[in-house]
Design a protein around this ligand. Structure first.
Ligand code: MN
Length: 504
């Protein structure tokens, strides 16, 4: 994947001067050792940076302001080795604009039962230091992720690692640019939304270019580059003979290569992190970009079709979250059902634009008619998504707020070949079952477009929602429809009142 930011996380330790200088030196030494060990663990995707122990309100405020201005700081992991009276933190925390992980850990794992004395108790009192610290976040209505357990515990490290990946995506969204070629598909409701509210809430901006700007970029591409990229396709994929050099329709492959090179140049020149297009606005293009979009998604760009900038942003965030993980992430669309009581399934796909990072094997490149749009036949990857647990994630604008929606699914291999469906395809079972999951999705107003990933889990989307301060509704193995509907009603009230609850 290209264009993945590598920010750092600051490791912050709270204490106070009550215990004397020797104790503070020990606190600093212990914290520093924890940071070294965590960085050496190989389980954390971002570097932890040790910061001096904080003991005074002025220091805390200064550090929070410094973090706000540090472009490379994606978040703060905070713990209290000793007690750190939290009124000292108010002025800093209310200024802080970076994600927070409250790491409720302890330097020692085991209690030294036969030797423990009050000096040990005073030095290692995170058990109540972290409760005092938690209170002030709760009192100020501040978002954070709380992770509890010893820092050497791999399960604990994995919770921290997940949050780090989410901060990487959050940091990428801040100031991130998404370009739309053309507007939303005509009359479609769910792909609409308030781009001003989205930028204020999530940090990314969405702006439109006429497709003519893209056509001009295609015109700048040199024939030699097109030839070289076509050779690359033939090396990397199973390219249909008719599309290969010397084949009757090699011109189609060349045009797709030109689209990829032109799009890539446009995205790089504008420093964009994601994009969208629409088959209803292709003036000057002979076909909808298919293969080009699929290759760019595989390189990490966010994408969604039909002007769906919200899903493009979600796909980009999920790409950045999972950049160091196996499994694959793509734009996806629930297309059609298998409603046989013996095994109810969803067949997901899109006309052209599913990312080959989720492919079960080496993808084929084929050319076929599109069926809508009235343009030339586009080339596209054809493959099946590999089996495994995955999630679908949607983002909707409900008028007064954004809602994130997750459904946990299990991808299976298609039971039969699909010879007349030459697109990228994914077949999955919904958790808890198709009827419950689809009803819950429909009650939640979930879009037909999603970000789909084997690597990103529900935990990541919950962390993202916490950082952004938006609603997240989860459909998983435990979902019961009656409770889910009630949760949506409760959220309707909570998110209506929540803006007034800040900093009471
Ligand atoms: Mn679509």
């Amino acid at each position: 994947m290209k264009n993945v930011p590598t920010p750092e996380i600051w490791f912050i330790t709270g204490s106070q001067h009550l215990y004397g200088e020797a104790a503070l030196k020990q606190v600093a030494a212990n914290s520093s050792k924890i940071v070294e060990a965590l960085n050496a663990s190989g389980r954390l995707p971002l570097k932890l940076v040790f910061k001096p122990v904080l003991t005074r309100p002025e220091e805390i405020r200064a550090l929070c302001l410094e973090a706000n201005g540090a472009a490379n700081c994606a978040g703060l992991a905070i713990w209290c080795h000793t007690f750190s009276p939290s009124k000292m933190w108010i002025n800093g925390l209310i200024q802080l604009r970076k994600p927070v992980l409250h790491f409720a850990t302890q330097y020692n794992r085991d209690l030294p039962w036969s030797e423990i004395d009050m000096d040990f108790m005073n030095l290692n009192q995170a058990a109540h230091g972290d409760r005092e610290h938690g209170f002030i976040h709760t009192r100020l209505r501040l978002p954070r992720k709380v992770v509890v357990g010893h820092w050497s515990d791999e399960a604990v490290q994995d919770r921290v690692a997940a949050w780090m990946r989410v901060t990487r995506a959050w940091s990428d969204w801040q100031g991130g640019k998404i370009v739309r070629f053309g507007d939303n598909m005509r009359y479609v409701a769910v792909t609409e939304g308030d781009k001003v509210a989205a930028e204020a809430k999530f940090g990314f901006s969405v702006n439109t270019h006429g497709v003519g700007d893209l056509v001009a970029a295609l015109g700048e591409v040199r024939d030699a580059e097109v030839t070289a990229l076509c050779s690359e396709y033939e090396e990397l994929y199973h390219v249909a003979p008719v599309l290969c050099k010397g084949g009757d329709r090699h011109d189609v492959l060349r045009y797709n290569a030109r689209q990829e090179l032109g799009l890539r140049a446009f995205l790089e020149a504008g420093n964009f992190i994601g994009f969208s297009d629409t088959f209803e606005d292709l003036h000057g293009l002979t076909q909808l970009p298919g293969l080009a979009v699929q290759r760019l998604m595989a390189d990490g760009y966010g994408f969604a079709g039909e002007g769906d900038w919200k899903t493009a942003a979600i796909v980009r965030a999920m790409k950045v979250m999972s950049a160091d993980l196996p499994g694959g992430t793509s734009f996806m669309e629930d297309y059609t059902y298998e409603l046989n009581p013996a095994g109810q399934l969803v067949l997901g796909s899109h006309m052209l634009e599913v990312c080959p990072s989720i492919a079960a094997g080496k993808p084929a490149i084929e050319v076929h008619p599109l069926g809508i749009g009235g343009k030339d036949d586009p080339a596209r990857f054809v493959f099946d998504a590999h089996p495994g647990a995955a999630i679908n994630v949607a983002m909707m604008d409900l008028g007064n707020r954004f809602r994130l929606l997750v459904n946990e699914v299990d991808v299976i291999a298609p039971s039969q070949p699909l010879p007349k469906l030459p697109v990228a395809r994914a077949v999955w079972k919904c958790r808890p079952d198709l009827k419950t999951a689809v009803a819950a999705w429909i009650y939640a107003g979930g879009t037909h477009h999603t970000g789909f990933s084997y690597a990103v889990t529900t935990e990541y989307i919950e962390d993202l929602a916490e950082i952004a301060g938006v609603e997240v509704a989860v459909i998983d193995a435990e979902t019961r429809l009656r409770e889910f509907k009630q949760q949506l009603r409760n959220d309707e009230i909570y998110y209506h009142l929540a803006p007034g609850l800040g900093r009471l």
